[in-house]
Design a protein around this ligand. Structure first.
Ligand code: BGC
Length: 762
């Protein structure tokens, strides 16, 4: 439990309304100051500090600066700026001595002696790297995710980093978008559960502990809805979709006590997120009562000029500050223009005070005023329990997509050919956004097999990196394949092919990887395709040529041992897809929680393009919503993932078929592990609101539970929810649960319809 749990807060709302009667600006500006607990001693201290600060110092608190890693010495002008109180935060200061010196100047020499806050993108681990967040979401195990982010905070805080720019909570329905790797996928409920886990882990039980980091829910908002999956692009999201899908994880971040938020680069329905008062003021502050601070994304204030939303940086600053964006990352529009804007009456110093207080509140909660320095205790980096946790996370994130003829797990008597550009690529398996992970500490699958003398292996990469177009090593690969019993082909994408600004229009295996699979297939040996990538990969050209497929995402430092355990059956795969996996790029966006059409798919009536007679008369061919070539099904549905065990579900029941609004409903199922080894299963509960005052998705994830069952063991799983959990943001802009019929599915994935229950809210 966070010590500043939002529940115990009574918000004191101070409405400051000002009307600026200026020729250039006649708008009414209303701001709401949220404060922590009434009589909170922190608030009194903040008020007292702010009352004595100069305008320059107040503006200074809104500035976040970085230092280029190419510059060795700490520039004198940065030190001077800190000395004058002109900087509130730094990002990416990775020299511990520099960080200490800057902090010393801030707390000893600056006018108000306000500590700095040091930030960094600690996204999926600091030194010990965990799977990319999309992979961690596939674990469907929030406890493990929380453990991973706790470890990240423990390691990063040894560098004085007390603020991480994570978690990224952008709903991502487009695998072309490179940053899908950083997300928890397409589902608002799963992403919300992951949000809580990350925030609780980063922030720990006590935010003021020196090993806690303030979390930053980003990117607010709509970044994942970038047109065509092209990074930074426009997001057009109608109000219902915004509230029912995109905002939900961010609300959960506020409820979990996220200290900070970051705006996104995109424009949302025409208004760039960094100046979007509707989301920043009306929703985040007014409706949700957020009392931390909001930082812009890197240069995103200044970029509003490129958006064509501000004629120059001054206007950009005016628009962002009036939306109450508290801190500016790297660009200097606030620093250069706020004073002038205040003098011109376009913003008031009183409003600026609110912003400064938001920032100081978090610095206080972090304990920085009492304990501004850090303990550079390096012994925790790559600690044994950190590595064990990273391995567990990699194991639970890996999704078994195919396993024909039980080719997996393999046994130690088989001669193994290890091939592929990702078999021994320590840097690549760390994935995107891993500034601090080191390949020297990474264990690759090849290392893991080599370190275990039970196995007879032969290795060649065949291709030296994922985009490699040279076939010169194919022959060697084929030759070792021929003299083996099974081929482990490690394929995928290098880390740099996903992440920021790394969208792809084709998402199949790059380079000549498909061609190499063709050659290996000709040997007639069973092939296990192990994928490492930051996104789903279209497999049309290879899926029938391989016998088994494991999706390992970019699994991090301990990916090698984790995959070896999986491949050899020490651990049974238990990951489930957090995104719908398309067959073809042309199916995108494809997500399970879509709306129905007036002409839903009738599978029996699907007419594949090649079976249409030549010269066919114009006809609707069955009138359903599908593609003539790619059909209507994804490659794999959301929530999908196989195990080495077989799980059966029985005795499903519902406590109440005719609940009233406000009632609690319990659904039960008995799950049995029919296999002969211990394995984990994620039981998923989906619902459909059959008729709504706005159309509702065909399915929505309501709950999930991951359980471990021994061979032959059965367990009863029960899910409890209240009718409010079924609510949606309706046409009158309120949250509502409407009486009527509902369906529930207790399922193994979003397409599994074998266990259905129904109820009617009266
Ligand atoms: C990214 C953010 C990140 C920031 C700081 C930006 O380019 O969009 O997610 O936190 O850089 O590195």
């Amino acid at each position: 439990m966070l010590i500043f749990s939002r529940k115990i807060y009574v918000y004191q709302v101070v409405i400051l309304s000002m009307i600026f009667l200026l020729s250039s600006c006649n708008s009414e500006v209303t701001i709401t100051e949220k404060k922590g607990e009434v009589d909170d001693p922190i608030e009194a201290k903040i008020d007292s500090i702010v009352s004595k600060m100069s305008l320059e110092e107040k503006i200074g608190q809104t500035a976040q600066r970085g230092k280029s890693s190419r510059v060795k010495e700490l520039p004198k002008d940065l030190k001077d700026a800190v000395r004058k109180g002109q900087i509130g935060s730094f990002l990416n200061i990775m020299n511990k001595e520099d960080a200490k010196e800057l902090q010393r100047i801030a707390v000893e020499e600056s006018p108000s002696k306000i500590p700095l806050i040091f930030a960094r993108d600690v996204i999926h681990g600091f030194k010990t790297i965990f799977p990319v967040p999309l992979g961690q979401a596939a674990s469907f195990n929030p406890t493990l995710v929380q453990e991973g982010s706790r470890i990240a905070a423990i390691e990063a805080s040894t560098y004085g980093i007390r603020w991480t720019f994570a978690p990224m909570l952008d709903i991502s329905r487009d695998p072309r978008w490179g940053r899908i790797a950083e997300s928890a996928g397409e589902d608002p409920y799963l992403t919300s559960e992951m949000a809580k886990a990350y925030i609780n882990g980063f922030q720990g039980e006590d935010l003021s502990s020196p090993t806690s980091m303030a979390a930053c829910a980003k990117h607010f908002i709509g970044y994942g809805a970038a047109e065509g999956g092209r990074d930074y692009n426009t997001a057009n999201i109608n109000d219902n979709l915004l509230h029912n899908v995109y905002l939900k994880p961010f609300k959960s971040a506020v409820d979990a006590g996220s200290s900070t938020f970051m705006t996104s680069f995109n424009d949302l329905n025409g208004i760039p997120a960094s100046a979007n008062s509707y989301v920043l003021k009306d929703i985040l502050r007014e409706q949700w009562g957020f009392d931390g601070f909001v930082v812009s994304d890197w240069n995103s204030i200044k970029e509003m000029v490129n958006h064509g939303f501000a004629k120059d940086q001054k206007e950009a600053a005016e628009k962002a500050i009036n939306a109450m964006l508290d801190m500016e990352m790297t660009s200097t529009a606030y620093q250069d223009h706020l004073k002038e804007l205040i003098q011109e009456g376009k913003f008031s110093e009183k409003e600026l005070d609110v912003i400064v207080k938001n920032i100081l509140r978090i610095k206080f909660r972090l304990g920085l005023f009492d304990n501004p320095y850090f303990d550079p205790n390096d012994t925790v980096l790559y600690a044994k329990n950190h590595l064990e946790s990273a391995q567990k996370a990699a194991e639970e994130s890996t999704v078994l997509l195919k396993n024909s003829n039980q080719v997996l797990p393999i046994n130690s008597k088989q001669k193994i050919a290890i091939i592929g550009p990702l078999a021994d690529a320590p840097h690549e398996q760390l994935g995107t956004w891993t500034f601090d992970g080191e390949k020297e500490h990474t264990i690759t699958p090849l290392n893991a097999f080599e370190n275990d003398n039970q196995y007879t292996i032969a290795y060649t990469n065949g291709l030296s990196y994922s985009r490699d177009r040279s076939t010169k090593n194919f022959q060697k690969a084929v030759s070792i394949a021929k003299s083996s019993d099974v081929i482990l082909f490690f394929a995928g994408e290098e880390a740099i092919l996903s992440g920021e600004a790394h969208s792809r229009a084709k998402i199949n295996l790059p380079g000549e990887q498909e061609a190499l699979i063709d050659e290996l297939h000709k040997t007639g040996k069973p092939i296990v395709l192990i994928l490492m990538a930051g996104r789903p990969i279209t497999l049309e050209n290879v899926k029938d040529k391989v016998d088994a497929i494991l999706m390992a995402w970019h699994p991090g430092t301990m990916g090698g041992p984790a995959l070896k355990n999986m491949i050899t059956g020490v651990v049974s795969p238990s990951g489930k897809l957090p995104v719908t996996w398309p067959k073809e790029v042309g199916q995108i966006p494809i997500h399970y929680n879509h709306k129905n059409t007036g002409r839903p798919v009738i599978p029996e009536e699907f007419v594949q393009m090649d079976s249409i007679p030549i010269g066919a008369w114009q006809s609707s061919l069955g009138n359903t919503s599908h593609y003539l070539d790619a059909g209507f099904l994804p490659e794999y549905p959301f929530g999908y993932g196989l195990s080495y065990s077989l799980f059966t579900y029985s005795d499903i029941s519902i406590s109440n078929n005719t609940p009233k609004i406000g009632d609690t409903i319990t659904v039960k199922v008995t799950v049995t592990n029919e296999g002969n080894s211990t394995a984990k299963e994620t039981v998923q509960l989906y619902f459909r609101d059959m008729v709504g005052s706005i159309t509702r998705p065909v399915k929505e994830l309501l709950r999930f539970q991951k359980i471990t069952l021994g061979a032959g063991e059965s367990k009863e799983v029960s899910f409890t929810f209240v009718t409010d959990d079924l609510a949606f943001y309706g046409p009158d802009k309120t949250w509502i649960t409407e009486p009527g019929d509902f369906k529930l599915w207790i399922a193994k994935n979003a397409s599994d319809e074998s266990n259905v229950l129904e109820f009617t809210i009266e």
